[in-house]
Design a protein around this ligand. Structure first.
Ligand code: ATP
Ligand code: MG
Length: 347
């Protein structure tokens, strides 16, 4: 695990996110935690706080009033309704989604980054703000349908990618090149809710990157694991052993191929059904092998810059959600970042 700021330039530091998969987010459940003055042992399976010579008592918080609550009380723990001043929080799923989805839900990530761009532009100018433009132009549908329509007309012939805001593994993703493919928004069977009355699933529509960097004629993207142990101050670790995932079909921007997700999406969940997929070989490379390959082709300086830029993008994406994340010393966040590099080596 490489902590940002360390000077090891060989680290496969990584990534920016078009999307980020929250793999295993906050840990405010059963894990052992010791508060900052190290007086209170808050392990869920360690009752020492209540029956040893440690004087402080565990402060717990939960919205539940069932066995969970009984168990915590039985341990001699004390209930608190404070937002931050607790040692142990048994949160319900709804709270977790409300509180921690800012980076992992595609629509919220887009909104947070757009807001960040405006703020940075106001405070530091356009040039600095441009550094935060690491997500392709995106609109949240159906809310920003009119804005999207305008942009679509302004750049005729462009290809856009449609992604459901809350799904992963390439599910529900498709490409469009005509407004008619989504103008009857509610009627498209790919978007429509299950029942007739159900509102359509929220999507983001995003400018498709038509010039990805290709290796052997195939598209790939990088997956990096990013651990955030604190949002204030921002403390981020990026795992050295990221990998990249390849498509198993030759890349093509031919219009007749735009519905072929074996060409356009690199998710293993999709590629493993590709008739060209070789189960023994898989479709992944270690990031360090990618780096070696790229260095051989483009030289160390250029590729070091690329990796430094990817690292900066991770930090910028986290800065974009920093204000809306609850900074909690009890929790860590582990994200899977997907990053695409274009043929100008721009992440
Ligand atoms: N704007 C884009 N331009 C080109 N390719 C894209 C773009 N967005 C996504 N892709 C391709 O589609 C794949 C899936 O997209 P993405 O990672 O955003 O969604 P997901 O994998 O379904 O969800 P998540 O990564 O949030 O779990 C990516 O791995 C990438 O290959
Ligand atoms: Mg993905």
């Amino acid at each position: 695990m490489a902590k940002l700021g360390e000077s090891d330039t060989n680290l496969p530091q990584t990534t920016v996110s078009l999307s980020a998969l929250n793999l295993n987010s906050n840990s405010n459940s059963e894990k052992e935690k010791v508060d900052s003055n190290e007086k209170t042992n808050t392990s869920s399976n360690n009752q020492s706080a209540s029956n040893s010579n440690v004087s402080q008592v565990v402060r717990f918080k939960t919205g539940l009033k069932n066995t969970v609550w009984d168990c915590m009380r039985d341990r001699g723990w004390k209930e608190t309704d404070s937002d931050l001043d607790w040692d142990f929080f048994w949160a319900d799923v709804h709270w977790i989604h409300e509180t921690f989805d800012h980076l992992t839900r595609k629509d919220l990530l887009v909104k947070n980054v757009k807001r960040m761009i405006k703020t940075v532009e106001k405070e530091y100018g356009k040039q600095e703000a441009q550094k935060f433009e690491f997500i392709s132009t995106s609109y949240v549908l159906p809310q920003e349908h009119a804005l999207f329509q305008e942009e679509f007309k302004r750049t005729p012939g462009g290809i856009w990618i449609m992604k459901p805001v809350g799904k992963a593994q390439g599910k529900g993703i498709f490409l469009i090149n005509k407004m008619s493919q989504i103008s009857s928004w509610k009627k498209d069977p790919r978007i429509k809710g299950k029942g007739d009355d159900e509102s359509p699933e929220a999507y983001i529509v995003q400018r498709y990157i038509e010039n990805p960097y290709l290796i052997g004629g195939k598209k790939f993207d990088i997956r990096a694991y990013v651990l955030v142990t604190s949002y204030y101050p921002l403390v981020v670790y990026i795992h050295r052993n990221g990998f990249c995932r390849f498509s198993n079909s030759q890349f093509s921007m031919n219009v007749k191929d735009i519905s072929n997700m074996y060409i356009h999406a690199t998710n293993v969940a999709i590629q493993k059904h590709n008739p060209n997929y070789d189960g023994d070989k898989g479709c992944k490379w270690l990031l360090r092998n990618l780096k070696t390959f790229l260095v051989t082709k483009h030289g160390t300086k250029k590729i070091d810059e690329l990796f430094t830029e990817m690292e900066a993008l991770v930090v910028r994406s986290l800065m974009s959600v920093q204000k809306v994340m609850i900074n909690d010393k009890h929790c860590f966040e582990l994200y899977g970042y997907d990053i695409l590099i274009d043929d100008n080596l721009k992440p």
